[in-house]
Design a protein around this ligand. Sequence first.
Ligand code: NAP
Length: 547
Amino acid sequence: MTVPQQSPSSADTLGPARELDAVVVGAGFAGMYMLHRLRALGLSVTVLEAGDGVGGTWYWNRYPGARCDSESYYYSYSFSDELQQEWEWTERYPGQPEIMRYLNHVADRFDLRRDIRFGRRVTEAAFREETGRWELRTDDGDRYSATFFITAVGCLSAANIPQIAGLDTFGGEWYHTGRWPHEGVDLTGKRVGVVGTGSTGIQAIPVIAEQADHLTVFQRTPNYSIPARNGPMEREFQRDVKANYDAIRRQQRASTNGHPFEISDTPALSVPDEERRAVYEAAWERGGLRFRAAFADLLVDKEANDTASEFIRGKIRDIVLDPETAEKLLPRDHPFATKRPPIDTQYFETYNRDNVTLVDVRQSPIEEVTSTGLRTSSAEYELDVIVFATGFDALTGPLLNIDIRGVGGTALREKWSEGPRTYLGLHAAGFPNMFTITGPGSPSVLTNMPTSIEQHVDWIADCIEYLGSHGFDRIEATVEAEDAWVEHVNEAADRTLLPLAGSSWYLGANVPGKPRVFMPYAGGFATYARRCDEVAGNGYEGFVLTM
Ligand code: NAP
């Protein structure tokens, strides 16, 4: 590791910049592995992290019920066989505290902390043409200068707090789930309102209902949800997994979504009604995101999808005892899985509790927060605590919250004013030597994240190694390559039903004023990874490499 040194040219009143080969922003799954890979190449690297610990999204999202929707044995790193052999998962789906234990273990095991600066939020990053280096500043005035600037800022890390009139007048407490207090919140005996019924709300609502005196759920869009069927990790299953990790990881990398299971090749309408229903019943009983894989065409054929959507609506009607509440909970405005499908533990059942009320804020919109609660167009609700489970300014938000400037001082905010433009979701033309791990235009949120993260980190590390060993010190995509990729990302989305979910965060539609562009790459993980390998194999086709 290079000891940070003072650069005579960059010393100013704020103090000297630390000179490095690479700065990585973010110490979640992505930043930690990026550090590990770059260090192995002999580079001097610093990771800048806003939180006071590792974990990224899992560091911040400590809300009641926070749990991963991928299964633990594959929501994990594959780069070290020792690590995957020694770590023991305790549940089918890892809860937030268990993921934090795992990531802290990884940080210790690979001695990562010595190169991570915690409690530093990067506010600016600018490419200096004269030196060919990136200069970064943090909110506490620290300065860093590096050849490579790598963002590992996560896709869902910029909290979306709705601008509701009167929030500052509220006499109770309010929280966003993605900024949950580390010491926890005691909701016992309180009147709690939850705004939002996405994956987060659907996880939090059953847990909060058990603690609160009364829970009022403010729902704008009803959601499909599949039972998670969480449970303890069986010893025998864990033994099997460990014995077969090579094959499991191969299957993940050969898949569409980075999960180790096959998507059925049977079209939903090719089988008789009864057989289809039996397939859905079995998938419902098994639980989890795998429900999407029950038939081949659920995400590409609306009629096929209708059968799954109707099956789930039937389950909601069966579970929720009050027909009026059940009716309000039925999702009808988007096909199943065109928004990220939540998985749950007792979500719909929670509406059978006496202390839970469902309010339809599509019908009666929230008008203001008062000093004592929340007022919709038709009623006032007295609350002690408001929980905003209102999601994130996804994919672009975490990047655009930093003032990133490329060649000629061009701001990334300006370049992306009509929506993100990237080459492979890894890089933006005009921003030399900058890489975005799981950036917009890559499969990212449509996949099991650690699989996508490892593929990106490996590609970036290999690229940097290639540059060094071939005497190059600058890489930048051509505008033509970027334009072609953006077009391909749009075509890939249009071949699916995904753009039909009009209010989805995939499209940026959850944030007022955000351009509506389908942001992730929907062409599938394996296809994408092959394309990345081809680009590298062809000497970084679509990029210009210079000395
Ligand atoms: P989300 O999916 O964007 O859901 C936000 C919810 O808040 C939606 O119901 C939305 O309604 C509602 N909302 C937003 N602004 C509102 C307003 N002004 N008034 C009323 N309602 C409002 O966010 P999320 O639930 O945090 O999930 C985001 C993503 O994080 C997930 O899709 C998933 O990828 C990930 N996640 C994963 C897990 C897991 O691994 N199990 C858990 C949590 C989150 P509309 O639908 O009408 O916009």
